[in-house]
Design a protein around this ligand. Structure first.
Ligand code: ADP
Ligand code: ZN
Length: 716
């Protein structure tokens, strides 16, 4: 029988399915199906979603299946498709997996989440209801998400609605009319200059300004600029835990609630925001890196707050850096991009110096905040025994704070009680059965834990190796152990230990932060969790317990990370009226980096660091691609690594250099052995395709996995 030619009513389209496949598939489709449409297609035994990428001219259509139907989702825009294509090419990831991140939208019949909006009627209210109504009138003229109203229960909200003092409104409608003009604040010249730079620059703008220099006001003004042009604005934040306050501030500024997007949200909110972004009714989005993949109708601005933060790097699934992809998306959307930080990444600063980004600085500070005094405490003179970590100088300063009724913070970036447990009889170190990692004692929970895979067990009585009892001893400090030492010095002080494993959940963290603000604690002992963005006005002493951790971590960004972290932590001291002191304990106080931090000399730090990278031809002066080969069988992983290196001629003749294979620093995670190869390439080389082909050509069993990490941030 003769096969029908493609008729007037049928065509062939190439569809990227939302799968890890490395190429699109052809399907027959009706004329009404257009490029960018989200469609349902048969795929093996299932029906799955895909996106129509282009029309194809092909003769042989006998084996083609047909598109089943067009989904109710709006078609994807050209600019978004171009972005996804470029991102797939850059990150060496399957395009369909990236599309999948953009189409994480739940089914449309889920229930709606309503906003509370005050009504100015003359009705009788209880005092609490009246209070809520005035709060709403003042802060959320057009209504707000009840979840971000604090201090009022649901019962009070419902009561207020029943009495006619407020109503529930559709959040999308509530979002309709943002208030664009600033209410009562004049921007400084520096700030205005930054705002202007964002609106006129055709390049991304890097905004460097210490905490309190007014960066957030610059973002808001830039957002207002985008909204005036009827375009949308996205502000990306690194930490979900900090967003509530930011959202409240944004609502106050614009009189509307911004759309909030992150990976951990409920079905209703997800659907509302996704649709509102797609139809343009949500003008402002505040979100985590995943907000970058929303289907904006007309995106005019992307702000990346704390652009140096490692939380923007996604390390699983599609591996990408949210900041870099923000720059890419901004390019395709023709949107302004603003990257901001007090301590920019070396990459971004270098991009500014080479002219790819435009650098704008804020040097003034608002309010009475002053930079803390920083003093080093030379631990070589401290005379501490092997199981104490708080030197006499720090103890003396803490004592002063206690007498004055002020707060102290001790910072140590190590969770748990002790990072290592060793048998004093045989020398055995307790390790994880699944990973090449030591078990960390968490005494508060009475357990040992692996910080790689989460494996947990009770602290054994006898050594698992030599079976001698009561000889297992903790070595080195974690925050829990440090807190014990604090309690020995100050038995009456109220001490709080703050670390991610102790404070589980956002809500609990907020409670603890509030308790600190309310003066319920005298001394806080914490990990890097305390470093981020909180403002404690009565906190006047920060003790860095061990500034030497991380000064030379051996990894590319160890120095940069320490600089950023120490900067942030020391910035916690004396942020309000009371000037603070940061006391930095170190056994190598003459270290160049430490000195740059002590002198608060950023330029010296960046100059040192950038020169070092250039001499080593390390990023940002070259590009790294990390290859991570993992398998349950170490021998297989090693063999694959060797094969890849011996088959890398095409890469080498193109100017790339191959290092490895080497067993990874953490040689096993979750029962899988790991081998790494590092590819170094000149920055201007766009040879990602070669690397991809190299991977595809490698033979391996189905149990083994080869992951490519472009611009790796972690090297373990
Ligand atoms: P950053 O984001 O850099 O930490 P913020 O934007 O939060 O700084 O500003 C710090 C404080 O100074 C805030 O309380 C803010 O309201 C205030 N502020 C910022 N800009 C101005 C200005 N132009 N005039 C008066 N106060 C300002
Ligand atoms: Zn483990």
């Amino acid at each position: 029988m003769k096969i029908e030619p493609i008729t007037e009513t049928m065509k062939v389209v190439s569809v990227w399915t939302l799968t890890p496949m490395d190429k699109p598939l052809d399907y027959l489709a009706g004329r009404e199906i257009a490029i960018g449409d989200v469609v349902l297609v048969p795929f093996g035994k299932r029906d799955i979603l895909g996106v129509v990428w282009r029309e194809v001219d092909r003769e042989d259509i006998s084996k083609l299946k047909s598109v089943i139907s067009k989904s109710e989702l709006p078609p994807l825009q050209n600019s978004f498709c171009s972005f996804v294509e470029k991102m797939a090419e850059y990150t060496l990831s399957p395009l369909g997996q990236i599309l999948k991140m953009g189409l994480r939208v739940p089914d449309p019949i889920a229930q709606k989440n309503y906003f509370l909006k005050a009504l100015n009627e003359d009705v009788a209210l209880t005092p609490k209801q009246a209070q809520l109504r005035s709060w709403l009138l003042e802060n959320a003229e057009h209504g707000t998400d009840p979840k971000i109203i604090s201090g009022f229960s649901r019962a009070i909200m419902n009561g207020l609605v029943e009495r006619g003092g407020a109503e529930w409104v559709d959040p999308i409608e509530a979002n309709a009319r943002p208030q664009l003009d600033r209410k009562n604040m004049m921007l400084s010249d520096e700030q205005q200059n930054a705002v202007d730079a964002v609106s006129v620059s055709t390049k991304p703008v890097l905004l460097k300004g210490i905490t309190g220099s007014g960066k957030t006001e610059v973002y808001f003004e830039a957002v207002a600029g985008a909204l005036r042009e009827e375009r949308q604005a996205l502000i990306m934040l690194p930490e979900i835990a900090l967003t509530d306050r930011f959202i409240a501030r944004c609502s106050e500024r614009f009189g509307i609630s911004p759309g909030h997007w992150h990976s951990d949200m409920g079905v209703t909110a997800r659907r509302d925001v996704w649709n509102g972004v797609a139809n343009g009714k949500v003008p402002i989005v505040i979100g985590a890196r995943s907000a970058l993949f929303l289907p904006y109708q007309n995106l005019g601005l992307i702000v990346v707050d704390e652009e140096h933060d490692t939380a923007f790097k996604q390390e699983e699934g599609v591996i990408y850096h949210g900041r870099d992809m923000a720059v890419l998306r901004g390019h395709f959307e023709n949107a302004n991009v603003l990257l901001a930080s007090a301590t920019p990444s070396v990459e971004s600063l270098q991009n500014a110096q080479s002219g790819r980004y435009e650098l704008v600085e804020l040097k003034e500070r608002f309010g009475e905040a002053v930079l803390p005094k920083i003093r080093v405490s030379d631990m070589r003179d401290a005379g501490l025994n092997a199981s104490s970590w708080i030197g006499p100088e720090l103890v003396a300063e803490m004592k002063k704070r206690l007498q004055l009724g002020e707060q102290s913070l001790l910072f140590l970036n190590r969770r748990g009680f002790a990072p290592l447990t060793i048998c004093r009889a045989c020398g055995h170190q307790l390790g994880c059965p699944n990973c090449d990692a030591r078990l960390v004692e968490h005494r508060a929970r009475g357990r040992l834990q692996c910080h790689q895979c989460g494996f947990e067990e009770l602290l054994p009585k006898a050594c698992p190796e030599c079976e001698v009892e009561d000889k297992l001893a903790p070595i080195g400090p974690g925050v829990e152990r440090l807190a014990e030492e604090v309690a020995e010095h100050f038995p009456d002080a109220r001490i709080l230990v703050l670390s991610s494993d102790l404070v589980q959940g956002e809500k609990r963290l907020k409670q603890e932060i509030n308790a600190i603000m309310n003066g319920e604690y005298d001394i806080i002992v914490g990990t890097q969790m305390v470093a981020k963005g909180h403002n404690f006005s009565n906190l006047t002493l920060v003790g860095i317990v061990d500034a030497d951790i991380g000064l030379e971590g051996g990894d590319l960004r160890a120095a940069e990370r320490s600089f950023q972290l120490l900067r942030q932590v020391t910035g916690r001291a004396g942020r309000a009226e009371k000037p603070g002191l940061a006391l930095v304990q170190s056994y190598q106080p003459d270290h160049a980096l430490l000195n740059a931090i002590l002198r608060q000399d950023d330029e010296a730090f960046y100059a040192l660091e950038i020169r070092g990278r250039e001499q080593a031809m390390a990023p940002p002066f070259s590009r790294f691609i990390a290859v991570i080969i993992s398998s349950p069988d170490l021998n297989e992983a090693v063999q694959i690594g060797r094969d890849m290196v011996s088959n890398s001629q095409s890469l080498q003749s193109a100017g790339m250099r191959i290092f490895g294979p080497a067993i990874a620093p953490i040689s096993r995670i979750r029962g899988r052995s790991r081998v790494r190869i590092l590819v170094k390439m000149p920055k201007n080389l766009a040879l990602h395709k070669l690397v991809q082909d190299w991977r595809s050509a490698t033979k391996k069993s189905s149990k083994a996995k080869i992951t490519l990490d472009v611009d790796p941030q972690s090297f373990f």
